[in-house]
Design a protein around this ligand. Structure first.
Ligand code: FES
Ligand SMILES: [Fe+2]
Length: 430
């Protein structure tokens, strides 16, 4: 008898699906001491929006840890453990000082690095020996990035070439909390097949906003995937009349992605554009993910917050049912999607590759090594490869030959882009 939980091979067989199998804990758990949690703690992650830090501290949860983020009167940003070192009152009720934050309960004052500046009325020298737990931060692109790993392993900040492209600036970021485990949101980043189905609902209904997809995405195209120095890309190559359109979507491990414009329709020939909607999927805890979208806009316009369709649960339920989008599909895969209950097929090759890359990183950390993608050289600008390219190449005589032509063209363009340094070459005076 086959194991019907894994592979149901008869009609009306739901009865056999008794068991909910175990999750893939190596990838899904992110708390302190877990394999993926320790891997995640080797990278810088965005945890807050710079402009949100005005006057009041903000309680946040990242990688299963409760923290407070604030900007003190001198402009310095602090990321501290939420519970006060004295008797655990939450520092979200703390008062911002010219330097540091003052606990509301007994007035202990903590600097942004955790040093105790004041301990009113307390005898002895405890103040000079004890620290509040703190994590280092940097502000970039209007976001606050944190490093939550071992202090002696702190990497350099991997500055993204995406935000150095001449003529562009980051828009006002959009932040949403997704009530689901992080890998299922991340899987989507290497799953271009869904654009032809899920996002076609949006194209058909004339919605999609700034991030929307053109009707040209309804064609699956020829799909491929390739490794990059900092992660991987998908390569989708489509025939548009006498043109071939090559689209590279990019995953920078572990939480960053670069999605080229969805407005592309392949009708106009052009070089790789590298103008991406950047995003991050940062684990809040095992069942919640912080999604930050930060698209590029021309630097000639005033900064605004573009409409990002379908990336939150705030739409009316009926509309979510009639025109479902990414949030609805991915959050509904269960709070923690169970990989053992999936049936991965040819369109999921990128998902398999991505999970393997993450697993390699997790295991490198377990062996005591730096995971792939760690930057040790100061001021490194990490190239991006996410792009649309359109080339004039008329169709081959038969459908089969044309498919081969598309695949070869896609692979050639991707290799040229990756080996040519991606968006690096567009950045002056690097
Ligand atoms: S609990 Fe914070 S100062 Fe006492
Ligand atoms: Fe999507």
């Amino acid at each position: 008898m086959t194991n019907k939980t894994h592979f149901l091979d008869e009609p009306y067989g739901a009865y056999y699906h008794r068991e909910v199998l175990k999750e893939d804990e190596e990838l899904t758990r992110v708390g302190p001491g877990t394999p993926c949690g320790e891997y995640m703690r080797r990278f810088w992650h965005p945890v807050a929006v710079s402009d949100d830090l005005k006057g009041l501290p903000k309680a946040i949860r990242i990688l299963g840890e409760d923290l407070v983020v604030f900007r003190d009167g001198s402009g310095a940003v602090g990321l501290l453990e939420l519970h006060c070192a004295h008797r655990a009152a939450s520092l979200e009720f703390g008062l911002i000082e010219e330097r540091g934050i003052r606990c509301c309960y007994h007035g202990w004052v903590f600097d942004v690095d955790g040093k105790i500046l004041k301990m009113p009325g307390v005898e002895g020298n405890l103040k000079d020996r004890l620290y509040q737990g703190a994590y280092p931060v940097v502000e970039k692109y209007g976001l606050v990035f944190a490093y939550m790993g071992p202090p002696n392993k702190k990497p350099e900040f991997p500055d993204s070439a995406n935000f150095h492209l001449p003529g562009y600036q980051p828009a006002i970021p959009t932040v949403n909390v997704w009530p689901c485990n992080w890998p299922q949101a991340k899987d989507n980043n290497m799953d271009p097949a869904h654009a032809a189905i899920l996002h076609d609902h949006e194209a058909q209904n004339g919605v999609g906003g700034y991030s929307g997809f053109s009707p040209a995405f309804a064609d699956f195209g020829v799909m491929d995937w390739a490794d990059t120095p900092f992660g991987m890309v998908y390569i989708v190559t489509r025939r548009v009349n006498d043109n071939v359109w090559v689209r590279l979507g990019e995953s920078v491990l572990p939480t960053n992605m670069h999605v080229p414009s969805g407005k592309e329709d392949g009708k106009e020939v052009h070089e790789p554009d590298f103008v991406s909607g950047a995003g991050w999927l940062v684990p809040i805890d095992d069942e919640h993910t912080l999604r930050i979208d930060l698209v590029l806009i021309p630097d000639t316009v005033e900064r605004f917050q573009p409409e990002i369709y379908g990336q939150d649960g705030n739409r009316p339920y009926e509309l979510r049912q009639r025109i479902p989008s990414d949030y609805d599909a991915q959050v509904s895969q269960r709070p923690i999607a169970i990989h053992a209950m999936e049936r991965l097929v040819s369109t999921d090759k990128g998902v398999i590759m991505l999970r393997n890359l993450i697993r390699e990183g997790i295991r490198a950390v377990q062996r005591g090594e730096d995971p792939p993608g760690i930057v040790r050289e100061p001021y490194t600008i990490v190239p991006t490869y996410g792009s649309n390219t359109v080339i004039h190449i008329p169709p081959a005589p038969t459908e089969e030959e044309d498919e081969r032509l598309l695949r070869e063209t896609g692979q050639r363009v991707a290799t040229q882009i990756i080996e040519g340094g991606g968006s690096h070459r567009l950045i002056p005076d690097r």
